[in-house]
Design a protein around this ligand. Structure first.
Ligand code: KIV
Length: 267
């Protein structure tokens, strides 16, 4: 079973970390069979599974519901749960209680929070109650309204400097890994060299210690074209739509169920 320290050890040995999101029991089983190191129950849950326009409406109850489902299917990957918007930013006590629920009720091994230096006290307090913390810098979707959209971050000198400084501050506070989302590849390379905890990139180029994708993007489950940083390894949306269409046609024509799908009486 992967742990926060085994990820740090992987960086030390120069082994790349493969992470994916998971939101349910079958996906957790598939990730466990696929050599994935980290399963993140991301608050992307809200957009890819619950149909929200952003991650902002995701609640603690929704997160816990899905973390529990993933926990039942996971065996091997480190299980990390996102703390949803407003579950950790307002009061330290609330942050501790909510993170504790993701661990105690959900069964997560660690939590992830989005943001820089303002979160240093949160990281330190969570560590005091034995909750490992993953950081998240660059494009932080919970700051969507302040950022003015889903834009690449750290392209200018000041922006890049701030992200690098935040990475160092969070490392010092005690995070065990850092997600870098949508930052230039050269900045991700610089941060990766500057910290001894693993960086896990999404839209951050090839120089991070690991990579993460939203599993629905990798499997081609969502609608519309893939984002620039996504590689689609399958087109499940097409396969699922086509198979549901064939099923509905066969039901209408009386082709399904056939005799091999039917039970006979005993006598
Ligand atoms: O919510 C999420 O899925 C994430 C990953 C994209 C890193 O935060």
């Amino acid at each position: 079973m992967k742990t926060p320290s085994s990820l740090i050890e992987m960086k030390r040995k120069g082994e790349k970390i493969a992470a994916l999101t998971a939101y349910d029991y079958p996906t957790a089983q598939i990730l466990s069979l696929s050599g994935i190191d980290v399963a993140l129950v991301g608050d992307s849950l809200g957009m890819v599974k619950l149909g929200y326009e952003s991650t902002l409406p995701v609640s603690m109850e929704e997160m816990i519901h899905h973390v529990k489902a993933v926990k039942r299917g996971i065996s091997g990957p480190l299980l990390v749960a996102d703390m949803p918007y407003l579950s950790y930013e307002i009061e330290l006590k609330e942050a501790l209680k909510n993170a504790g629920r993701l661990i105690k009720e959900g069964g997560a091994q660690a939590v992830k929070i989005e943001g820089g230096e303002a979160l240093v006290p949160v990281v330190k307090e969570l560590l005091k109650i034995h909750i490992p913390v993953m950081g998240h810098l660059g494009l932080t979707p919970q700051s969507l309204n302040r950022l003015g959209g889903y834009k690449v971050q750290g392209r200018d000198l000041n922006g890049a400097k701030k992200i690098l400084e935040d990475a160092k501050r969070l490392e010092k506070a005690g995070i065990f890994a850092l997600v870098l989302e949508c930052v230039p590849a050269d900045l991700a390379k610089k941060i990766t060299a500057a910290v001894s905890i693993p960086t896990i990139g999404i839209g951050a180029g090839p120089f991070c210690d690991g990579q993460i994708l939203v599993s629905d993007d990798l499997w081609g489950l969502g609608e519309g074209p893939a984002l620039k940083f996504v590689k689609r390894y399958a087109n499940l949306r097409e396969i699922m739509t086509e198979s549901a269409r064939r099923y509905s046609q066969e039901v209408r024509k009386g082709v399904f169920p056939a005799s091999e799908h039917s039970f006979s009486s005993k006598g």
